[in-house]
Write a protein that binds this ligand. Structure first.
Ligand code: NZQ
Ligand code: ZN
Length: 410
């Protein structure tokens, strides 16, 4: 296991009706003038925004509001939010919604205290040193932004979807009421489950040895999603299934499962180009991307081993890890099978599960086409100052990334 530091200061309030404590929580963390930030309408229609406002009023806290965050949140609304925070002397941002709303809130929180263009954080030109405090009331279990120090924003000029991170972005508190997710369409529920599983797998595919504790935590959470995911799809009102998914979403991405080990994230980088170009849901893009990526990495490993690569031992270890994922998570019994056969069967079962929860499996199903592959790979590898490669569990050249996109055509 590698050395690590882990700072996860978010105060979680979990359970039925707990959004009524929003005012109390803002007060606890020193907010006096709040920006309530929310999305395209679901939180207004459900009455949640009114309940949050009543809670703030009950605690004697002033507020202003900014709705309209789109899924795959855009830079233009972040600039609007920064101006509003400065003109209204806001000292606390309360995100009411999903990952898109929370990420937009985090970008505003960091940008408002920065003497420059907030996009510098997302293009890698500057690191985030400070941010206004952010609290969240979560309405979809998916991105894990309620416990993470990350934020992902799309810049309209060029449609670059990029992430930024920093300890200052970790929410001060997050209110997690599983009841709030009962209004989600099955498709969004499926997208959330897929994203949660992807966050776990991005950590599972590591080149660090001797990480049994976090391996087993990840496997346990993946198995939990395989158990309860279909229950929530079939019965959206099932509180217990919703509750289990909601806590898994937080655990999958606050990095308690990712400490002390190298992580992958190639699938996320490849997917972000899909949701930037086609405006598909991030989880749907991952359902298309992740199995295709594992399939391609398996081919890379087999070919490197067969050709006697000087890194043969590293590729052998990678193949063993993929095979371990297939057998421990997807229940493939490896007797008499090669690692490649075990992994191929694991990918087949993974895709069956994704289909079961209503996810797309091909590039065409998220609006893509083969004609876009060069553009997708070039933007992902070179766009906005990138180096020409993606670095994760394996190093991918532009041609490798194109090959992963081709795996999505099937
Ligand atoms: O805007 P509204 O009307 O609220 O509709 C939303 C949106 O259309 C709807 N929704 C949310 N809660 C609902 C609901 N509809 C009915 N009932 C509810 N209770 O669901 C749609 C999706 O919401 P969104 O916030 O976009 O989903 P998610 O939480 O999956 O966030 C996706 C974004 O997070 C980024 C993704 O790239 C994407 O931009 N990510 C952020 C990460 C982070 N900050 O750590 C990590 C992730 O890997 C991810 O990249
Ligand atoms: Zn994700």
């Amino acid at each position: 296991m590698d050395n690590f530091t882990f700072y996860s200061p978010t105060y979680f309030v979990f359970g039925r009706g707990e959004e009524k404590r929003a005012g109390e929580m803002v007060k606890r963390f020193g907010g006096t003038k709040v920006l309530i930030h929310y999305g395209g309408g679901s939180a207004v229609r459900s009455g949640l925004i009114d309940r949050v406002k009543a809670s703030l009023e009950g605690a004697g806290i002033n507020y202003c509001e900014l709705g309209g965050v789109k899924a795959n949140p855009r830079s233009s609304l972040v600039y609007t939010g920064i101006d509003l925070v400065r003109s209204e002397n806001v000292d606390f941002i309360l995100a009411v919604g999903g990952g898109s709303v929370i990420d937009s809130a985090k970008a505003i929180a960091a940008g408002a205290l920065y003497d420059g263009d907030f996009w510098d954080f997302y293009s890698g030109k500057a690191g985030i040193e400070k941010a206004l405090p952010v609290g969240t009331v979560l309405t979809i279990a998916a991105a894990g932004s309620e416990g993470s120090g990350d934020s992902v924003i799309t810049k309209e000029e060029g449609m670059y979807k990029r992430g930024a991170g920093g300890e200052a972005l970790r929410p001060k508190f997050s209110i997690l009421n599983p009841e709030l997710t009962q209004t989600l369409p099955a498709y969004q529920t499926g997208c959330g489950i897929t994203d949660i599983m992807a966050h776990l797998q991005e950590r599972y595919f590591t080149n660090t040895d001797n990480v049994t504790t976090t391996d087993r935590m990840i496997e346990g959470l993946l198995l939990a999603m395989i158990d309860v995911g279909p229950v929530a799809i079939d019965n959206p009102a099932d509180y217990e299934a919703r509750a289990n998914i909601m806590w898994a979403g937080m655990m999958a991405h606050n990095n308690s499962c990712g400490v002390g080990r190298s992580q992958d994230w190639n699938s996320h980088n490849i997917e972000h180009e899909l949701s930037a170009l086609y405006d598909c849901a991030h989880g749907a893009g991952l359902a298309v991307t992740f199995p295709a990526y594992i399939s391609y990495v398996t081919k890379m490993a087999v070919s490197a081993i067969e050709s006697g690569s000087q890194d043969e031992a590293i590729w052998e270890r990678r193949l063993k890890r993929l095979s371990m994922w297939a057998s421990r998570v997807w229940g493939v019994i490896p007797d008499g099978m090669s690692d490649e056969e075990v992994i191929t069967e694991g990918i087949r079962r993974y895709r069956c599960f994704l289909k079961r929860i209503g996810m797309p499996l091909t590039l065409g199903e998220v609006g893509g086409s083969e004609a876009d592959i060069d553009k997708l790979a070039d933007t992902g590898c070179y766009g906005d100052g990138r180096s020409g490669y993606m670095y994760g569990f394996v190093k991918l050249s532009v041609d490798d990334v194109k090959a992963v996109y081709r795996e999505m055509i099937m």
